[in-house]
Ligand binder design. Structure first.
Ligand code: GDP
Ligand code: GDP
Length: 455
């Protein structure tokens, strides 16, 4: 029930909740076994961990909603990463780089009982380069006696180490106070979109669907536009390209090239990369291998786009392999797996033959239009009035909540706040979403609806 609600593109916000996409992001990085997961559990508390552990929520989930001193934020957990000994330095640094690109500030965890290692030094370099604020945590300081251990971490050059025992909770409050002080009010990673200039696109999808093939097809054949298009600031990992006659910024192309899925601990990496790319983008093209059965993993990527509040286009790739036998099966799989997102533009392509690749551009435009649509308050309320007159909320235990007033609080993605006399049940909220889409379009964009109860 909850999952269906999310996949339908509606996520209800509680009360005065800040939308997740705007919450500041804190990432926890460090070598394996320094206690990152223990620290994350400590911050989240058991209750939060259980809440997140609902069916359909991915095992390799790395972003959690957390709260400290009444301030909500997003915690990025990079623990749980399976590693092998070979190439460990590079891997940990790589992981830190991804996490940092996702975050507004970073908690760097070092094992105080071990002291600084060569791998820790590598991570420090990555953190320095990022320019993001860093809090150095000396973990496993289980007692006052161990505090001398923490002092050895001054040599990392990241300032004062915060002595903490993630296991027992010692020092974690002070540490969190310090971490919160590093976070901005509104996230710069989720929300920082350059105004004007080319839009930012992420090509995402599970391994082997054809991301690198599509990238190469675009880079190889489309004119790569000059770098100094007005209003463009971009990472070296991003690429400026032309699709369908317009310039676009493809984000995190380095990540696509790196083919992370061939290495060990790959799923976790791929998931981090995907999330980082989606966060950086305004619109995501989720690529699905049309020649194969649609899987849970495909749906999960779509879910991540919706959760992040980004515009969405679904591209069915490898259409050159499509035969008439497979086709009805594909349509049925789409019907079953993606029934909740009929609003997402669909394009069938072949990265290999370049068939219809240029059409992606048109769909990106459509999705971004929906994402940026604003409904004037007058029109919205006329619509809500008609909707509730024609189809009122069902009566529940003798009560019938009424919608009093609505407003679109935000765009990119569209966010609506409805004031009502009582709780609106999920089915009715989905009905409102469906009708909103019929009336105002919103093609290619998730919609957020929050309900505030006024007596
Ligand atoms: P990760 O790989 O960085 O996520 O590390 P884990 O959180 O899995 O912790 C690795 C090991 O260190 C586990 O056995 C933990 O119980 C232990 N550990 C974590 N934090 C502390 C701590 O504050 N004190 C002590 N003594 N052990 C800890
Ligand atoms: P990625 O892991 O998502 O980057 O996928 P790749 O681009 O590496 O593609 C995985 C495999 O699918 C490779 O063998 C590609 O040649 C193949 N492939 C990708 N796109 C197409 C396509 O449109 N048609 C066909 N027939 N094969 C494709």
């Amino acid at each position: 029930e909850e999952d269906a609600a999310v996949l339908s593109g509606v996520r209800e916000l509680r009360g005065d909740e800040i939308p997740d996409a705007a919450l500041p992001v804190l990432a926890v990085v460090g070598r394996p076994n320094v206690g990152k997961s223990t620290l994350v559990n400590r911050v989240l508390g058991r209750r939060e961990a259980v809440v997140q552990d609902t069916p359909g929520v991915t095992r390799d989930r790395v972003r959690y909603r957390a709260e400290w001193a009444g301030r909500p934020f997003i915690l990025v957990d990079t623990g749980g990463w399976e590693h092998d000994a070979r190439g460990l330095n590079a891997r940990v640094a790589d992981q830190a780089e991804i996490a940092v690109s996702l975050a507004d500030a970073v908690i760097f965890v070092v094992d105080a009982t071990v002291g600084p290692t060569a791998t820790d030094e590598k991570v420090v370099q990555v953190l320095r380069r990022s320019g993001k604020p860093v809090l150095l945590v000396a973990n496993k300081v289980d007692s006052g006696r161990d505090e001398a251990d923490a002092a050895t971490l001054w040599s990392l050059g990241l300032g004062e180490p915060y002595p903490v025992s993630a296991l027992h909770g010692r020092g974690s409050g002070d540490m969190l106070d310090a971490a919160m002080a590093l976070l901005p009010e509104i996230s710069a990673v989720g929300g920082a979109m350059p105004a004007g200039g080319p839009h930012r696109v992420a090509l995402v999808g599970k391994p082997n669907v054809g991301k690198s093939s599509l990238l190469n097809s675009i880079l190889g054949h489309q004119r790569v536009v000059v770098d100094d298009v007005a209003g463009t600031t971009r990472d070296p990992v991003d690429e400026l390209v032309e699709v369908g006659g317009k310039p676009w910024i493809l984000v995190d192309t380095a990540g696509i090239r790196r083919r992370v899925h061939q290495t060990q601990g790959a799923d976790f990496y791929a998931s981090l990369r995907t999330q980082a790319a989606i966060e950086k983008a305004e619109v995501a093209v989720v690529i699905i291998d049309a020649s194969q059965t649609i899987t849970e993993q495909d749906i999960r990527v779509i879910q991540e786009v919706i959760d992040a509040g980004r515009a969405l286009v679904v591209a069915y790739n490898k259409w050159d392999l499509m035969d008439e036998d497979r086709r009805p099966y594909l349509e049925r799989e789409i019907e079953q797996g993606l029934v909740q997102i009929p609003w997402a533009p669909r394009v069938n392509i072949s990265a290999k033959t370049r068939w219809h690749v240029d059409r992606i551009g048109k769909h990106l435009d459509t999705a971004l239009d929906g994402w940026e649509t604003r409904v004037p308050t007058g029109r919205l309320n006329a619509f809500l009035g008609e909707l509730s007159a024609a189809t009122p909320h069902p009566v529940r235990s003798g009560k019938q909540p009424r919608i009093l007033f609505g407003t679109q609080a935000d765009t990119r993605p569209p966010r609506f706040v409805l004031f009502a006399t009582g709780f609106l049940e999920a089915g009715y909220r989905r009905f409102i979403e469906r009708r909103l889409r019929e009336e105002f379009g919103f093609v290619g964009t998730p919609i957020e609806i929050s309900v505030r109860v006024r007596e």
